[in-house]
Design a protein around this ligand. Sequence first.
Ligand SMILES: [Zn+2]
Length: 185
Amino acid sequence: MPHSCSSRAGTPTLCAKDSLSLLERSRSREDLPVVSSGTSARREAMSASDAPPSAARRANMARVGSKDTKPELIVRRLLHRLGYRYRLHRRDLPGTPDICFPSRKKVIFVHGCFWHRHDGCKRTTTPKTRASFWEDKFQQNVVRDRANMERLSHLDWVAMVVWECETEDLEELTPRLATFLREDP
Ligand SMILES: [Zn+2]
């Protein structure tokens, strides 16, 4: 997905070219995920000028690979509460993982069930109109996700997928996250 690297109102962004220097500088503020994201300001600006906030927000959240979705914020908040430090949206890694733990070489994707086709999930529906268009689109998403996982694995990164529907049960999700981050790769 196209993603502007320009910063607005001094909000820092995480671009591939400066990610190394940011990696050093951001260590002390990795516990401030919203500040280090740089996408919130852009979304607020968009919703203020282009459309009513709720419509713009819905459109933004419906897109594949959209950032700062509600499920993602839930996972980030949970990780923060557990005391983990992370970085967001590493564009220099395959698939731009939503949440990244550089020292552990682990990443977490928070996937929307509909767009990323959570197998067997009640949210994995297919629109009745233009069904073949949607099938193609979904297939592309699944293939892309799988390729990104393989590329990450080749780079010795360990990836975990948290599905949108799984963020509704924090009692189940919390130990899973803790185990994933504790285990040796
Ligand atoms: Zn699901």
